[in-house]
Design a protein around this ligand. Structure first.
Ligand code: SF4
Ligand code: SF4
Length: 434
């Protein structure tokens, strides 16, 4: 085991952490809701195909959505009960998705996998695929695909940065489930056939750093508190000094980056024979009555989560799925907990901007903040002019959607939304061969 200080990267920002609302609160297990709404699109890639129909009786851990292609993921029931319906719903993120809705029967009868036949890499990867595990830090990329690179990697990096303000789920898990994270890491390192494991933890989490000191085969890198430290490219640079070139991926520099919660899911799938049916999330912000860290069944309605936390305060002005930097604003309450949810925030004035955008004043603050050294103001202008060729030329596809550019834009420009829209258009153009 070694402990060393990580590098820092140029640009980026230092937002107020606001972690104190929940950092000392142990993870509570939230009671099961009366119904869960399980989306077939909780991952990057093709939506899963429902395998159940209205009236079917299911157990917790029973397959209800089958992966549909190489980049897709299985979905399992998070409760025992009866299928209430399979419906298309437009959710509070404005996305039309297919949901399997299950009425809970309260018995919590559980279906488990058979034990793995051995602990060989192919067996471990197959179990992780079968369990429907995806990157639980928010990316949602199927983990089994990430663990099957075409070339041999030499380093596994565990992302313990949790640089998003307010969120504490990874921090609490690092304190409360250290051994389980370690066991998951060992399985994933074995799946990748490598020995060099680094965990990067921000310097503002000394107890988490201490918790991992006992493992002689894990190297700890203490990271500066800097946003977006948790971005894969920045984490790789700050922990190893390796730079992932533009357009390349972590595996191109011999690295695989994994998230804390994903390691627990891998441990549970391999050693406890459990598919992925729950997550841990932070419910925070000054607009919620009792902020908490919660273990929640996937598919739990946001309204149940908020009610369990004492409800919204009258002065709550904005709901966000995820952290305030990379999370997405919710346009209603019809949000249902997904595999990738690390938090829900209820924010009040002063915690979020509700001012309308004004014209860009060309101050270049956004460019000075951008950790990818882009010029967000130009990309936004091209996006607004439907000039996606130039938006791409100016690096739109390298944007992390980290929000550093919009953080202190005096004109409150919705830069990330514009760039994100441009990226979607560029992808569409490429798909259509333009
Ligand atoms: S920070 Fe805002 S106002 Fe300043 S250049 Fe960027 S987009 Fe324009
Ligand atoms: S342009 Fe993209 S990468 Fe750069 S600060 Fe804005 S959101 Fe982050």
């Amino acid at each position: 085991m070694s402990i060393k200080k990580g590098k820092f990267f140029p640009y980026g920002i230092h937002p107020e952490g606001r972690k104190e609302l929940t950092s000392e609160l142990p993870i509570e297990i939230m009671p099961l809701p009366s119904k869960v709404y399980l989306s077939m699109s909780q991952h990057i890639g093709a939506p899963a195909m429902p395998t159940v129909a209205k009236g079917d009786v299911v157990k917790k851990g029973q397959l209800i959505g089958k992966e549909n292609g190489a980049v897709s993921a299985n979905v399992y029931s998070s409760v025992s009960g009866t299928v209430f319906g399979v419906e298309e719903i437009i959710n509070a993120l404005g996305q039309k998705q297919t949901y399997v809705i299950i009425e809970t029967d309260g018995s919590n009868e559980e279906a488990l996998f058979e034990s793995v036949k051995d602990f060989e890499p192919t067996t471990l990867i197959e179990r992780i695929r079968l369990a429907g595990i995806v990157g639980l830090g928010g990316a949602g990329f199927p983990t089994a695909v990430k663990l099957s690179p075409k070339t041999q990697l030499d380093t596994l990096i565990i992302n313990g940065a949790e640089c998003e303000p307010y969120l504490n789920c990874d921090y609490r898990l690092m304190l409360e489930r250290t051994e389980d994270i370690y066991k998951g890491i060992k399985h994933v390192a074995k799946a990748l056939k490598l020995n060099n494991v680094i965990i990067g933890i921000e310097e503002n989490k000394p107890l988490a750093i201490k918790a991992f000191e006992k493992f002689s085969d894990i190297n700890i890198v203490v990271l500066k508190k800097q946003y977006p430290m948790g971005s894969e490219k920045h984490l790789i640079y700050c922990t190893t000094g390796r730079k992932v070139p533009v357009g390349k991926m972590p595996f191109d520099v011999g690295v695989c980056v994994q998230n804390i919660k994903t390691m627990i899911a891998c441990y549970e799938a391999i050693e406890l024979n459990k598919p992925l049916t729950e997550t841990v999330m932070t419910v925070s912000g000054n607009g919620v009555t009792e902020p908490k860290n919660l273990k929640v069944a996937l598919g739990t309605p946001l309204t149940d989560v908020l009610n369990y936390c004492g409800g919204l305060k009258d002065n709550a002005v904005k709901l966000v799925a995820g952290g305030p930097m990379m999370g997405k604003a919710l346009i209603g309450l019809n949000h249902y907990v997904r595999k990738t949810d690390s938090g829900v925030l209820a924010l009040i004035n002063g915690e979020t901007d509700t001012d309308a955008p004004t014209n860009c004043i060309n101050c270049a603050k956004c460019a000075r903040n951008c950790p990818m050294r882009l010029m967000p103001m130009y990309i936004e202008s091209f996006a607004l002019a439907d000039d996606y060729t130039n938006a791409e030329k100016y690096g739109a596809m390298n944007c992390l959607e980290c929000g550093s550019c919009a953080f202190n834009c005096p004109a409150k420009r919705p830069l990330v939304q514009s760039i994100s829209m441009a990226k979607a258009k560029i992808r569409e153009m490429k798909k259509n061969g333009k």
